[in-house]
Design a protein around this ligand. Structure first.
Ligand code: NDP
Length: 503
C-alpha cells in the first residue's frame, strides 16, 4: 500500500477510477486538515460531474466484465476474503491515516481496523449462501423459482467519523453479491478510502468494481446522487443531507439505504449498579468525543438516585483525559473539524440560555498544548429539559443532558419524544422493566446494561428521522440483491391463448 500516513504529508491524492489513480477533470485539489493543529497535511482531488460520470461508467462496464460477472460466488467470496487479509496486514497504517484525518484516538482506530477484516470475512462467507427459492404455483408442470442477483452500481456516501468501518458495513456485502461500487468519502477524511482502493486491486478484484470519487458533498456528492446510472444508494451522515440525497435519488426512482443521525436516550433506574451505569453513560456519549451517531446524549435518571448519579458522573468525567489522539493516555481527542467545534460550543451556550446548568466542562481545555486543535471538554448539563434545543438536535460532540424522571410511563414519553430513533440504552437489574423498555422504546437498537456494543452480525438501522434500511447480518445481503422470478412450463404444450379455463 503506497498511501501511508508518512507519504501523505504534503502529497496530492488523485481519484481512483477503473483500477488506477486518475487526475480530476477540473485539475483542482483541496487541502485536508490535521485536527490536532488545524494545519493542512495533504491535498485531494476535487471531482466534478464529469469525473463522477466516468466513474459510474467504469462501474457499469465492470458489471458486465466476465471476470466479475461470470465468476462463481465461491471465487468472489475468496477475493473478499483476500481483501480481509490485506486490510489486516495494513491495519496499523490504515489506523494511523484515519487517526490523523479525523482526530479520533489511535487506539480506537486500531481496534476498528481489527474489526474491519472480520467483517469482510463474515460477508465473504455469505457470497455463496445467498440463495433463491422455488415457489409452488397453481399450475401443473410449471417450475417457478426466484434467484437473487446483484442490483448493479451502488453509490456510497460515507462520513468522516469512522470511514472504513462505515464503508465496510455495505461494501463487504456488495462485493460478496457481485455489485460494483462508486464511493464518495467525506472531504474531511478522504485518504483511507483511497488506500483501501489499492488493496482492492491487490486482492485481485477487477478494475472498475470499486471506484473512489473525492471532493465536497455539494459538488461531488450531489453529482453522484443525481447520476442515472446508479442502481442504489447507501448514505451515512446527517438527516438534512439524507433528505437532499433521497430527493435527488427519487428523480431517478433509485432506492436508498439511509443511516442518519440520532439523539439516543440512555436510562438509569435506581436499582442499577451506579458505577457500571456511570461508565456506560460516559462511554456512550464521550467516546470518540461524542462523534458517533448512537451517542447517548439524553440521559434520563430515576428521581431517587438522580443527585447521587449526577455527582458520580461529574466525578468520573473529571478524570477523563483530553489530549493528543496518538497518546495512550488520552481518553478524548479533538473534534474532527472546526465547524464541529463551533457547533458544539453553540449548543452548550443555547442550553445555558434556556436554563440548563453546566455541571462540568462546557469549554475548550485550558491546557496550552491543546489550544491550536479543535478540542472540547466532556460536558455534563443538568437542569436540562427535553424541549431545550441542545436536547432535541444532534450535537455530535461530547455533551450530555441529564433529566430526572419518576415513572416508567413518564420515561417512555420522554425517551420517544424525539424525531430520531436510532439507539437506546437502559441500566437496571429488573429484567421485566428492561424488557418493557425494549418493547416500548422507538429505536433500532436497545442496549440493556451495556451501550455502543455494535456487531456486524446483527442488523442495525434506525426508525423515524434516523433513516431506513439495515446494516449488518444476513439482512444486508437481501437489501443489496434483487429478486428475479423465473417461470418454466415443462408440459411440452402451449395452451390455446384465447381459451380461458375456469377451474
Ligand atoms: P453530512 O451529512 O454533512 O456528510 C456526510 C457525507 O455526505 C459526507 O461524505 C459529505 O461530504 C456528504 N454530503 C454532504 N452534502 C451532500 C450533498 N448535498 N449531496 C451528497 N453528499 C453530500 O454529515 P457529517 O459529515 O456532518 O457527519 C456526521 C453526521 O453523520 C451526523 O449527523 C451523524 O449522526 C451521522 N452519522 C450517522 C451514522 C449512522 O450509522 N446512522 C454513522 C456516522 C455518522 P463532505 O463531508 O465532503 O461534504
Amino acid at each position: 500500500m503506497k498511501t501511508t500516513a508518512e507519504n501523505l504529508q504534503g502529497s496530492r491524492l488523485d481519484l481512483f477510477i477503473d483500477g488506477r489513480f486518475t487526475r480530476p477533470h477540473s485539475g483542482q485539489y483541496v487541502p485536508s486538515y490535521d485536527p490536532t493543529t488545524a494545519e493542512p497535511w495533504y491535498q485531494f482531488a476535487q471531482a466534478d460531474a464529469v469525473d463522477v460520470d466516468v466513474a459510474v461508467r467504469s462501474a457499469r462496464a465492470a458489471l458486465k466484465n466476465p471476470a466479475w460477472h461470470r465468476m462463481t460466488q465461491t471465487e468472489r467470496g475468496k477475493l473478499v476474503r483476500r481483501l480481509a487479509d490485506l486490510v489486516l496486514e495494513n491495519a496499523e497504517e490504515l489506523a494511523l491515516i484515519e487517526c490523523r484525518d479525523n482526530g479520533k484516538l489511535l487506539k480506537e482506530m486500531r481496534a476498528q481496523m481489527r474489526a474491519v477484516p472480520d467483517s469482510y470475512i463474515y460477508f465473504a462467507g455469505m457470497a455463496d449462501k445467498l440463495q433463491g427459492d422455488t415457489i409452488p404455483v397453481n399450475k401443473l408442470d410449471t417450475l417457478n423459482y426466484n434467484v437473487r442477483e446483484p442490483v448493479g452500481v451502488v453509490g456510497m456516501i460515507i462520513p468522516w467519523n469512522s470511514p472504513l468501518m462505515m464503508l465496510t458495513g455495505t461494501l463487504a456485502p456488495c462485493l460478496a453479491i457481485g455489485n460494483t461500487i462508486v464511493v464518495k468519502p467525506s472531504e474531511h477524511a478522504t485518504a483511507s478510502t483511497l488506500a483501501l482502493a489499492e488493496l482492492v486491486i491487490e486482492a485481485g478484484i477487477p478494475p472498475g468494481v470499486f471506484n473512489v470519487v473525492t471532493g465536497d458533498g455539494a459538488t461531488t456528492g450531489d453529482a453522484l446522487t443525481r447520476h442515472p446510472g446508479i442502481a442504489r444508494f447507501v448514505f451515512t451522515g446527517s438527516t438534512s443531507t439524507g433528505r437532499k440525497i433521497a430527493g435527488n435519488a427519487a428523480q431517478n426512482l433509485v432506492p436508498c439505504q439511509m443511516e442518519l443521525g440520532g439523539k439516543s436516550p440512555h436510562v438509569v433506574f435506581s436499582d442499577a449498579d451506579v458505577e457500571r451505569a456511570v461508565n456506560g453513560v460516559v462511554a456512550g456519549v464521550f467516546a470518540a468525543a461524542g462523534q458517533t451517531c448512537v451517542a447517548g446524549s439524553r440521559c434520563f435518571v430515576e428521581a431517587p438516585v438522580y443527585e447521587r448519579f449526577v455527582e458520580a458522573l461529574v466525578e468520573r468525567t473529571r478524570r477523563i483525559t483530553v489530549g493528543h489522539p496518538t497518546s495512550e493516555a488520552t481518553d478524548i481527542g479533538p473534534l474532527a473539524l472546526a465547524a464541529q467545534l463551533d457547533k458544539v460550543q453553540g449548543y452548550v451556550a443555547s442550553g445555558v440560555q434556556e436554563g440548563a446548568r453546566i455541571a462540568i466542562g462546557g469549554r475548550k481545555p485550558l491546557d496550552t498544548a491543546l489550544q491550536r486543535g479543535w478540542y472540547f471538554e466532556p460536558t455534563v448539563m443538568t437542569q436540562a429539559r427535553n424541549d431545550m434545543r441542545f436536547m432535541r438536535d444532534e450535537i455530535f460532540g461530547p455533551v450530555v443532558g441529564v433529566v430526572p424522571f419518576n415513572t416508567e410511563e413518564e420515561l417512555i414519553e420522554l425517551a420517544n419524544d424525539t424525531e430520531y430513533g436510532l439507539a437506546s440504552g437502559i441500566w437496571t437489574n429488573d429484567i421485566d422493566r428492561a424488557l418493557r423498555f425494549a418493547r416500548d422504546v422507538d429505536a433500532g437498537t436497545v442496549w440493556i446494561n451495556t451501550f455502543r456494543s455494535a456487531a456486524y452480525m446483527s442488523p442495525n438501522g434506525g426508525s423515524k428521522h434516523s433513516g431506513y434500511g439495515y446494516r449488518g447480518g444476513f439482512e444486508v445481503m437481501r437489501e443489496f440483491s434483487r429478486l428475479k422470478n423465473v417461470v418454466v412450463d415443462y408440459s411440452g404444450a402451449m395452451q390455446d391463448p384465447f381459451v380461458i379455463r375456469l377451474r
